[in-house]
Design a protein around this ligand. Structure first.
Ligand code: FAD
Length: 332
């Protein structure tokens, strides 16, 4: 059995952010992920200026696909509202691998199945022992399932279901489009062009409320592809589904030396289902708690995505700074 001080389960934004902070402080950390990176992660890949700043990222130096949008096009029925702001898109397959490598953590490919308390620490699958354990394994995180689910059951009315596909496509429309509430969708659908000839399209809505509107997510996908016919003519899609949870009353996020972060804790914003920012913030806080003995609280890590978009509209210096680093085809 291998003993390490800190084990992180999951190498998405939550796990790699915790790893970065802990490794920079010189702590002994092992990160376990069931997949080999770079790995596919279903996600539109929209990130806010707050995420860029929390990660200490210089968008001009980022080595992979990144577009900075000077506006979002929001659709409400027949209304098409261009919202001037500063937001970015990345490809998760690249972004997550880059974050993980940047953290300098040792990564082992291992599908964690069983976690049990062992004195002040934990045992994992009879193969690893650690003093601190960070659960960053997304919606199906085994640390959540084995140590937190009973105290923190997930609220079914906050379950978001999605269908999405990222395809190679030589897009001509360079703005990001969002359609809200079309055909009774309790959520929104999106068209997100990515740098270097990629396009991400998808639809997401609250599962329980969708039932009441008489359509399932497949029906909404059909509406979306009809809408996209003019924006991305000839594009062929084969979408995949994934589900995660919007922010609820997350009360128990630490038990002894075990922490849950990101989607494992169900932290995505209630308005737009933005989960990357809350994942990063919670990962950094779990690390700070281990390093400084600070209380681990997540009350304020989620915030509102629309608030963040509004700040990027009105905060002149943030806007000027981000626009100075405008990258990708949107700059053209
Ligand atoms: C279709 C879709 C679109 C989205 N679009 C956006 C967006 O545009 N912007 C945004 O901010 N958010 C978006 N989100 C939400 C965002 O993707 C998540 O909130 C975010 O990825 C959460 O990060 P995380 O680190 O908590 O988990 P994840 O990114 O899910 O990472 C979890 C990691 O844990 C690993 N793992 C899981 N189980 C195990 C196990 N048993 N053993 C070992 N490893 C394990 C997985 O392989 C994975 O690498 C979207 C989500 C979906 C589904």
């Amino acid at each position: 059995m291998r003993s390490v001080e800190i084990v992180i389960v999951g190498g998405g934004p939550a796990g790699s952010s915790a790893a970065l902070r802990l490794r920079r402080a010189g702590r002994e950390v092992l990160l376990l992920d069931r997949e080999r990176f770079p790995r596919l992660k279903l996600c539109a890949g929209w990130i806010t200026p707050e995420v860029v700043s929390e990660l200490g990222m210089d968008v001009r130096a980022y080595p992979h696909s990144l577009i900075t949008y000077p506006r979002l096009r929001m659709h409400f029925g027949r209304w098409n509202v261009p919202v001037p702001c500063v937001q970015h898109s990345i490809r998760r397959v690249e972004f997550d691998a880059w974050l993980l490598e940047r953290s300098g953590v040792e990564v082992l490919e291992h599908n964690v199945r069983h976690v049990e308390p062992d004195g002040e620490g934990f045992r994992i699958d009879g193969a690893f022992r650690c003093r601190y354990l960070i659960g960053a394994g997304g919606t199906r995180c085994p640390v959540y399932r084995e140590l937190f689910r009973e105290a923190n059951p997930r609220a079914s009315e906050l379950q978001l279901v999605t269908l999405e596909h990222e395809i190679r496509y030589d897009w001509a429309e360079r703005d990001c489009h969002l359609w809200f509430f079309g055909h009774g969708l309790p959520g929104y659908s999106w068209y997100v062009p990515k740098e270097r000839g990629w396009l991400n399209v998808g639809v997401g809505g609250i599962a329980a409320r969708m039932k009441n509107s008489g359509h399932d997510i497949r029906g909404h996908w059909e509406f979306l592809t009809a809408t996209l016919a003019g924006l991305a003519p000839g594009a062929q899609y084969d979408p995949t589904g994934y589900s995660y949870f919007l922010r609820g009353n997350v009360e128990t996020v630490r038990r002894g030396n075990a922490f849950i972060t990101g989607d494992a804790a169900g932290l995505a914003t209630r308005d737009l289902g933005e989960g990357i920012g809350p994942a990063i913030r919670s990962g950094l806080r779990a690390a700070a708690s281990i390093l400084e003995g600070a209380p681990y609280r997540l009350d304020d890590v989620t915030g509102s995505s629309l608030g963040s978009i509004a700040r990027s509209m009105f905060h002149r210096s943030a806007r000027a700074g981000a626009l100075a680093g405008l990258r990708g085809h949107a700059a053209g």
